[in-house]
Ligand binder design. Sequence first.
Ligand SMILES: NC(=O)c1ccc[n+]([C@@H]2O[C@H](COP(=O)([O-])OP(=O)(O)OC[C@H]3O[C@@H](n4cnc5c(N)ncnc54)[C@H](O)[C@@H]3O)[C@@H](O)[C@H]2O)c1
Length: 270
Amino acid sequence: MKNLFDLKDKVVAITGGSGVLGSAMVTYMCSQGAKVVILGRRQEAGEAQLKALQDQAGEACFMTTNVLDEAILKQNAADIKARYGRLDILVNAAGGNMKGATIPPESTFLDLNMEDFRQVVDLNLLGTVMPTMAFAPLMIEQHKGSIINFSSMAALRPLTRVVGYAASKAAVTNFTKYMATELATKFGSGLRINALAPGFFLTKQNKDLLTRPDGSLTDRGQCIIDQTPFGRFGEPEELFGTLHYLASDASAFVTGTVAIVDGGYDSFSI
Ligand SMILES: NC(=O)c1ccc[n+]([C@@H]2O[C@H](COP(=O)([O-])OP(=O)(O)OC[C@H]3O[C@@H](n4cnc5c(N)ncnc54)[C@H](O)[C@@H]3O)[C@@H](O)[C@H]2O)c1
């Protein structure tokens, strides 16, 4: 019987591929025999990653990108087509937050920095929409492809403070569902799009909000742990199984869904 989870020789592009979760996913996909295109902003970071991937079953290459630049993204798509002739999986993992789009306890919504808010919305929303537009034509051509976006707990239950991030991730969830219908009805059921909604994983972006310099939890960090039935933050490798499922034919009838990977945070009440 066919192995529904086979990713060998699948061509996978991962934006934010040098980030904390992105680089972990690059390594995982490569270990499964996939051909991984790391789409990142810094060439040096990509080169270092490639060295560390040499012993994996698959292969990897690095391409410089900016998920907010249409011309660069189109060039990336052309380069992927020239190198591999196809693209099977797109993971839109580039994203993040900015201090000015966050409201600290001593401020209110009235203090919100509109320019920072706009930049965060651009990065998370347009930074998902624009790569999808640039790379979808490769998948449409081959009548098959799986796109995986990055939503967040903040999209499902708005968290205090991170107003720009939460609004833009909610928009990513909405876009994912919109696109599921758009892709299937206009281009066929081989084209799928889903989102991952990770709970709390300690990364550069949230470390200062969740932990103190000595490693102990801030009040906010403790509050999150208290509301997470598993009683801890997630580890990047705990995303791999869900990523693999959404990327592979194992989820062939699945589109427009948001897969929550959060140690129970979303289910917790009292
Ligand atoms: N860490 C968490 O707890 C968590 C929770 C929910 C969702 N997420 C989401 O997961 C994804 C990965 O996050 P992470 O925690 O690994 O963060 P990260 O900051 O380590 O990775 C984000 C990557 O995006 C890249 N990036 C930023 N702007 C870009 C641009 N214009 N063009 C191309 N790349 C750009 C950054 O260089 C970085 O490598 C993000 O979308 C994030 O919002 C993270």
